[in-house]
Design a binder for this molecule. Structure first.
Ligand code: ZN
Length: 392
């Protein structure tokens, strides 16, 4: 855990001395007054970042209590350690033998993408820091439940574990809850949105059925931004398809492709406040159309996106709704006939403008899945990637 440094350390020491620190509180010492003492030196944290307001040695000797004005922003424990949970501000009151100090704590979107994560047994979660801090060490506090190596967290057994990432100056932690292993899962994925005609209707159907899905989005305007925020608020995953979907522009070179990816990632970061690392190649990694613009580019790109930290998803069930399929009956038939038990079924569909056939098939597809023992989930950072064979 981070040691008190610099200014804050001085403040804390003064604070401790001011109240005849409890370490020296024998019976003959002056009684402690219990008056509040305000410390205004602000504390800045990232998500998941741990910070000790008081040195370890006092923790055993003193009656230390810590209270946060907003636990959803800053978490506290009674050892005087605080942790950033979500972007925002909170006051933390540290009380040592009845003497109080107030710390103004602000949490930024740096650090971990989230302070806690539920991961099904058997899955692997890749975790990384936002910002420039380099991690030097990873540790788990429960090797039986979850292990960690170079940012890859493996879920081994049902239970809880805290994983810590140490940089040269800070400590970040993520609470891992390993849930039971999944069986037959359907991941509904919608590409090429958001659109005003299809996306709201799809969201309504998903909401009514309490189903979470994944949206691989392209560039959007301010009205589309509202739809993307709605997708996030309703528990769906927003992933990167690409800023532009124009094959002739994005598959000319690796640089063009990656810039197209970064551009949408940056825009989504502004919209959502976190960096997304899940992506899908326009046309899928098996597309042949890219050959027209750059021979062998897909073979190189699948390696490049991985090297740059992205996970890409193709599909193993296709609705055909971007190709020759014209009725909702055909969409339904293509999807349900493609489903297989005891595996992750990643279903390709589209929420582009005017795609009424998919909108109209969706409710029946969900009904079929639920009545045949499938579980619907959104793709997450720990979902195993489904890949096609690269053909260019
Ligand atoms: Zn697409």
């Amino acid at each position: 855990m981070k040691k008190i440094t610099g200014f804050l350390f001085v403040f804390t020491v003064m604070f401790m001395l001011n109240m005849n620190i409890c370490a020296a509180s024998d019976k003959s010492a002056e009684p402690v007054t219990g008056s509040a003492l305000s410390v205004t030196e602000p504390v800045k944290l990232g998500i998941g970042q741990e910070y000790e307001l008081i040195d370890d040695e006092y923790q055993d000797l003193c009656d230390v209590r810590c209270k946060s004005s907003d636990d959803s922003v800053v978490e506290v424990n009674d050892n005087g350690c605080i942790r950033g949970i979500a972007k925002g501000k909170a006051n933390v009151t540290l009380s040592i033998d009845g003497n109080k100090a107030v710390y103004k704590v602000s949490v930024k979107n740096t650090g971990l993408p989230y302070p806690s994560y539920n991961i099904p047994k058997g899955e692997t979660l890749r975790i990384r820091l936002n910002g420039n801090d380099r991690i030097v060490r990873w540790r788990t506090d429960n090797k039986k439940v979850a292990t960690v190596k170079r940012g890859y967290i493996k879920a081994l057994k049902k239970g809880d574990a805290r994983i810590r990432a140490y940089t040269k100056t800070s400590v970040y932690s993520i609470d891992i809850k390993v849930t039971p292993a999944k069986k037959s899962v359907i991941y509904l994925t919608f590409d090429d949105g958001p659109s005003y005609s299809s996306t709201p209707k799809i969201l309504n159907i998903l909401k009514k059925n309490d189903v979470k899905a994944t949206f691989f989005v392209i560039n959007y305007d301010s009205a589309g931004e509202k739809l993307i925020k709605r997708e996030a608020e309703e528990g769906h995953t927003i992933a990167i398809h690409g800023y532009s979907h124009d094959y002739g522009a994005i598959y000319t070179s690796e640089k063009a492709y990656m810039n197209n990816l970064y551009k949408l990632q940056d825009k989504l970061y502004k919209t959502l406040g976190y960096r997304m690392w899940l992506t899908r190649f326009p046309g899928g990694s098996s597309n042949l159309v890219s050959r027209k613009y750059n021979k062998g580019i897909m073979r190189r790109l699948v390696k490049t996106v991985d090297k740059n930290g992205y996970a890409y998803f193709d599909w193993n069930v296709s609705s055909g709704d971007a190709g020759g399929v014209h009725t909702s009956g055909q969409v339904y038939k293509n999807v349900v006939s493609g489903l297989r038990k005891n595996r992750d079924n990643v279903v390709l569909m589209h929420d582009f403008s005017g795609n009424a056939k998919t909108v109209n098939a969706l409710n029946a597809i969900i009904k079929y899945g639920k009545s045949h023992g499938y579980e619907f989930r959104a793709i997450t950072d720990s979902t195993a990637q489904v890949h096609h064979n690269v053909q260019n």
